[in-house]
Design a protein. Structure first.
Length: 418
């Protein structure tokens, strides 16, 4: 294909881009719109988009493409997938391009440091933030007022969360619960909210000096996090019995079925569009300290692109991570604008005057830690999530469960960490 560029003709360059959507809402439509806008501004570049599904599905599709010898030019994948991609020898760092490109250098210096924690290793930059988040507390201000709680004072501690949730849990005339006080999802293949509870209890799910090889499951902070989730339903009766699904929790909140939820700031757009009551957002309550893992996904560069494709790919990534587009993405989705300069743009300032809730995740970054960075990521997460579910469902003692899970995780890491 040939396109007109100024005077003369130039051959267009086609790049392939895989991306996921990890939360509720029409986010694929927004990303496709950004791509069309980029192509209009860069008529010499065609972007073939591949929507991969949720984070895990998208990762599986990218891995399949790599193994088939046809890797994408770039993809948005979980920031914590770094070690897995390095083990496949699939990606290259950005450093050589940053050294030659002032725009890229400005971007790296402009990203919030918390979002760069999962992006760098041994002094090298392996990915650039795009759809980034932290988990936050959403709460129904109308339900707070009904329960005699101050709608401008959300719970600040685990003990307060339980106290509030008891008052917010509502029953009908027959004694059936029609509104739960709180819901903390227990996702089948994710450790994200368990990581948050572990940090709040004073620990971490990994050893920061472990180079992707040291996971800390059999520890008291992890046990406290698992047991707290179990107790909300089984001991206090303020949360739904069984496993709370990630995907349906925002809808349950906006439908008034639960008064408080732990969920991604990336769900803010969905909640804002669907809630028929005033709602607030807040830091996740602390036990011994405030704390959350960062979350979400970054742009990676895959090996194998020729120089022309690489240049086109970098132009696309710079567009998608620019301050202006990051601000728009935050407004469209609810994800945190990952660049500090985005927050001073007029579009963002106007938005925050009407909807101050996005400030919560930005301010919570001061207490954020890197999300579980480990080899063989999905198998490790599956083992930990399975252990957490066993505790939440009351099938196993928490101490026995974390001991067994630690052994399984250590075995899963052996092939990568000898």
């Amino acid at each position: 294909m040939w396109v007109l560029l100024g005077i003369g003709l130039a051959q267009s360059t086609t790049i392939t881009f895989y991306y996921p959507v990890g939360v509720a809402g029409p986010l694929a439509r927004f990303i496709e719109g950004y791509v069309q806008e980029f192509e209009a501004k860069n008529p010499d570049i065609k972007v073939n988009t591949v929507f991969g599904g949720n984070y895990e599905e998208n990762q599986a599709k990218v891995v399949a493409a790599i193994r088939a010898g046809n890797p994408p030019d770039t993809a948005i994948l979980l920031s914590q997938q770094l070690y897995t991609l390095l083990a496949m020898d699939a990606i290259e760092p950005f450093d050589a391009y940053i050294a030659k490109d002032p725009e890229l250098k400005r971007a790296v210096n402009d990203f919030f440091p918390a979002f760069m924690m999962n992006s760098t290793l041994d002094g090298k930059v392996y990915s650039l933030p795009f759809q980034r988040s932290t988990p936050i507390l959403y709460y129904n201000k109308e339900a707070f007022q009904e329960a005699g709680l101050d709608p401008e004072r959300p719970p600040a501690s685990w003990d307060e969360l339980v106290e509030y949730a008891k008052r917010l849990t509502k029953r009908d005339a027959q004694g059936r619960i029609v509104r739960y006080g709180v819901a903390i999802p227990t996702e089948n293949r994710s450790t994200w909210l368990l990581e948050a509870l572990t940090i709040q209890a004073g620990g971490l799910l990994y050893d920061p000096a472990g180079k992707g090889c040291k996971v800390l499951v059999d520890t008291e902070p992890v046990r406290k996090g698992m047991q707290f989730k179990a107790d909300l339903a089984r001991r206090y009766g303020v949360s739904p019995e069984g496993l709370v699904a990630w995907g349906t929790t925002p809808g349950d909140f906006t439908a008034g079925k639960v008064a408080m939820i732990y969920h991604s700031t990336g769900s803010l757009g969905f909640v804002r569009a669907n809630a028929r009551f005033p709602f607030g957002t807040a830091f996740l309550p602390k036990q011994v300290r405030y704390g959350v893992p960062t979350g979400g996904a970054n742009f990676y560069l895959f090996k194998g692109s020729d120089p022309k494709k690489r240049e086109a790919t970098l132009r696309f990534i710079k567009f998608m991570t620019s301050p202006e587009l990051q601000a728009r993405w935050a407004l469209d989705s609810g994800y945190v604008a990952a660049r500090r300069s985005s927050w001073s743009l007029p579009i963002m300032q106007k938005y925050l005057q009407e909807w101050p809730q996005p400030k919560t995740a930005r301010e919570q970054l001061a207490y954020a830690r890197a999300e579980l960075p480990v080899y063989n990521l999905q198998q490790v997460k599956d083992i930990i999530a399975e252990a957490e579910q066993a505790v939440v469902l009351g099938r196993k003692d928490v101490r026995e469960t974390t001991r067994e899970a630690q052994k399984r995780v250590d075995e899963a890491l052996k092939p990568f960490c000898l």
